[in-house]
Design a protein around this ligand. Structure first.
Ligand SMILES: Nc1ncnc2c1ncn2[C@@H]1O[C@H](COP(=O)(O)OP(=O)(O)OP(=O)(O)O)[C@@H](O)[C@H]1O
Ligand SMILES: [Mg+2]
Length: 249
């Protein structure tokens, strides 16, 4: 089982879009996938058409110990998903006094079986929820938008990862960098990709996710890019990325 956290404390860089479409892509390639929405914004949950505010048991209940794994898991197509809720925004403070607060997600997933990939969509900060993703995951994929200041804050992120590696999760590794919203017509985008490769080397996936409006439209219909627009650049790029992820694993 590969457990992967999609992370970047910067907002709007494509974490949720990537989690959904990598998950659906891997599932189409025959893998058993579990998606976890660990973001109080619940964007992943809404993106796949689940009305987060109507769900009774979510990741919030799971972390608090008010729900079992079987109660919170939902089925979405061939995948499984643990939805989020806006209530999760209070979790950082509520759970801050709980013993073992960094390990709540890991503990609650112990009984998970028969899954090939767990993908965790992280919130745009390095707080307790993200820390829980880092103690649970073996791999980190960092999403970077190929725009000005793409690498800003990456030093801090890598520092956090190193602290977690040292103290809480020795097996954690940054195993993939996903470049998003790439536009080959823009010189700046090309330069940023070169900069990212200079920093991360061969960890950067060869597949660049192009800027594609269908990727922004699909969530409104609660669909993955493969259902919403199977012939789009977005569908092509994410499927290519999925194959690369399987190969690299
Ligand atoms: N390749 C792309 N082409 C066009 N639009 C995209 C692409 N990737 C993401 N978007 C859009 O950019 C916005 C931000 O993407 P997304 O929500 O995936 O980022 P995020 O990192 O999860 O954000 P947050 O940090 O707020 O959770 C969304 O409106 C999304 O639809
Ligand atoms: Mg998101």
């Amino acid at each position: 089982m590969r457990i992967i956290a999609l992370i970047n404390q910067k907002g709007g860089v494509g974490k949720t879009t990537s989690t959904v479409n990598i998950g659906c892509g891997l599932s189409r390639l025959g893998k058993k996938v579990l998606l976890i929405d660990l973001d109080p914004q619940a964007h992943l949950t809404y993106s796949i058409g689940i009305q987060a505010h109507e769900v009774k048991k979510t990741i919030y209940e799971l972390l608090k110990g008010d729900g079992t794994i079987d109660e919170v898991i939902q089925v979405y197509g061939k995948m499984k998903v643990i939805p989020s809720t806006l209530d999760l925004s209070g979790a950082e403070i509520e759970l801050s006094a709980v013993a073992g607060r960094e390990m709540l997600l890991k503990e609650s997933l112990k009984k998970i079986k028969n899954i090939d990939y767990i993908l965790i969509d992280c919130p745009p900060n390095l707080g307790l929820l993200t820390l829980n993703a880092l103690t649970t995951a073996r791999e980190i994929f960092v999403c970077l938008q190929t725009e000005y200041l793409a690498l800003q804050g990456i030093g801090k992120l890598m520092e956090t990862v190193q602290v977690v590696q040292k103290r809480l999760n020795k097996k954690l590794a940054v195993s993939g960098i996903i470049c998003t919203r790439y536009d080959r017509r823009k010189r700046l985008n090309k330069e940023v990709v070169e900069k990212i490769k200079g920093y991360f080397g061969d960890k950067v996936f060869n597949t660049l996710i192009r800027d594609n409006v269908a990727l922004a439209e699909a969530p409104i219909q609660g669909q993955s890019i493969y259902d919403y627009s199977p012939k789009s650049y977005g569908a092509e790029d994410y499927m290519k990325l999925c194959k690369e992820i399987i190969k690299k694993g």
